[in-house]
Design a protein. Structure first.
Length: 312
């Protein structure tokens, strides 16, 4: 059994939820998830959790998987056994001093969640891979029968601290206030959060569009899940989906402006044909790019590349 130490920011949100889906499909690996505590300040100014990793702990595991690039600062030895996942929030593409390039070069492998990050990673480390987040397509799928209800827009995200602005929650709320005929259903981390396994039935099947006007993303989990559930997505042109989705085909791209978001929602309310088209094409996109079974195999290939290097 291959032992993997996984350093995560939260077990019940974001990458922590992806990890559960991955580990269920990687039976040759034994994963141990460790939360980063106490807080530490990163070079980009953001404050995230951090824990000093004991060298003996790293030595015990065959591989150490880091959720974000900033966690490299916590690893002082055995970097060749480290796989770094670049999720996008803590990487500055303009200033090399904030990108951890030197540390990335020392790691066994780098996994990037979008093309922009992959370019940065590849320049620092030749053993780099582009792998978006995955989703369980058997669990996250369209409702068998759509319930009769008023048109409902949905938002799901972490709005703690700067999150409300970063994820665009403040703009989304103001846009929907202008559309009093539109209902809202919002899931907020640690506020109105529900079990991840319940989200298809209790969230995605009860909304008619997902709105996510983020400043930036690596590969948005909620966008991925909404696409898999056949829910039309309104989002900014950022991250993996900003690179890969086509406006008017698999999503509607909006600006981080109240009028832009409101206009996109109105377009959906006025056109059943558009809603159905986005739903069908969004599901097809998820099947092609986000199948968790395929993603698990890709992670296995990355881990094997690191293990093979260690054996040489």
């Amino acid at each position: 059994m291959i032992k993997v130490l996984s350093l995560v920011n939260a077990k019940s949100w974001s990458w922590g939820l992806n990890m559960r889906q991955l580990t269920d499909r990687m039976s040759d690996y034994e994963f141990v998830n460790v939360l980063r505590i106490p807080p530490m300040k990163c070079t980009c100014g953001a404050k995230f959790a951090g824990i000093n990793i004991d060298e003996n702990l790293i030595e015990y595991f065959d591989i150490t998987l880091l959720q974000n690039a900033d966690s490299i600062q916590l690893i002082k030895n055995n970097q060749k056994k480290v796989v770094v996942r670049m999720g996008g929030l803590l990487v500055n593409d303009q200033h090399i001093s904030s990108r951890y390039d030197d540390q990335l070069a020392l790691c066994g492998a780098v996994i990037s969640t979008n093309n922009q990050l992959h370019e940065i990673a590849s320049n620092a480390n030749p053993n780099s891979y582009l792998i978006p987040n995955g989703v369980d397509l058997e669990l996250f799928k369209s409702a068998e029968k759509k319930e009769i209800r008023p048109f409902t827009a949905g938002f799901a995200g972490n709005i703690w601290g700067p999150g409300a602005i970063y994820k665009g929650y403040n703009i989304y709320i103001q846009a929907l206030v202008r559309l009093p005929e539109i209902k809202m259903k919002n899931l907020l981390h640690a506020h109105s959060q529900i079990l991840h396994a319940d989200m298809p039935e209790m969230f995605y099947h009860k909304i008619d569009c997902l709105v996510l006007p983020s400043i930036g993303e690596g590969c948005s989990n909620v966008t991925t899940e909404a696409l898999a559930c056949g829910v039309p997505v309104i989002t900014t042109k950022v991250g993996y989906h900003g690179e890969m989705l086509t406006d008017g085909k698999e999503c509607l791209f909006c600006e981080r402006e109240i009028d832009s978001i409101a206009d996109c929602v109105k377009r959906l309310t006025e056109s059943e044909e558009l809603r159905n088209s986005l739903s069908t094409n969004g599901r097809r996109f998820a099947e092609k790019h986000h199948d968790i079974n395929v993603i698990a195999k890709q992670y296995d290939q990355v881990f094997q590349s690191v293990l093979n290097k260690e054996l040489v």
